[in-house]
Design a protein around this ligand. Sequence first.
Ligand SMILES: Nc1ncnc2c1ncn2[C@@H]1O[C@H](COP(=O)(O)OP(=O)(O)OP(=O)(O)O)[C@@H](O)[C@H]1O
Length: 239
Amino acid sequence: MTSAAVHLDQLVFSYADTMVRFDVTFAPGEITAIMGPSGAGKSTLLNLVAGFETPREGQVLIGDMDVTSAPPADRPVSMVFQENNLFAHLDIASNVGLGRSPALRLSATDKQDVATALARVGLAGMEHRLPRELSGGERQRVALARVLVRDRPILLLDEPFASLGPALRDDMLELLASVQAERGMTVLFVTHQPEDARKLAENMVFVEGGRVAAAGKTADFFKSSGPEAFRHYIGNERQ
Ligand SMILES: Nc1ncnc2c1ncn2[C@@H]1O[C@H](COP(=O)(O)OP(=O)(O)OP(=O)(O)O)[C@@H](O)[C@H]1O
């Protein structure tokens, strides 16, 4: 799998009362944390990359491919949400297998890959459990196993570990970091936790009022000379 940049080129999109404009590039094969106040447009940005929303103007480029009008299924993208990533009536192996075949027509190799992915995320032996028989952290591991069998170059994560306690969140960040290092995916990671960004992400994008207010290296964001808007935001969050 080759790494691909994600480029939002002069994108304009609006809901009834809200307009966003994004013009930003996400570095190929690296993790970028996306932070910003509630309602700033972070999920909207991911949805535009995934194809769940279509811009009014501008282009979405993945590598050198223009996917602006491509439906979500045709984009080289996987997405993990905070919750509800799994189908409640399907066992874990089937939920992961959906990443390979939406109709669950799985070859022997596919089934082997599902088992390998589940072992990779620490869930060997749980193949036949239902999602409700797992903890919240284990359910997110299943979602990551599905990302592994999909094997797409772009991974979008929308606050994936926000419902987990701090120790478990750290475990998941480590797992995500090692999976990303193995596969070289371009990862866009929306989080409200500055510590998550610091631990995981090489780059940061700060979204405010439907715009990218600042973008750069994570290390620079956390310096006293870091972007004013970001420093103001984390200062407020910490009060
Ligand atoms: N389906 C929708 N219809 C209309 N407006 C929407 C819709 N989804 C989001 N919005 C509005 O668009 C703006 C951006 O929402 P978005 O979910 O992208 O913010 P966010 O930065 O992800 O927020 P949070 O951190 O709270 O998840 C908000 O003002 C929101 O109310």
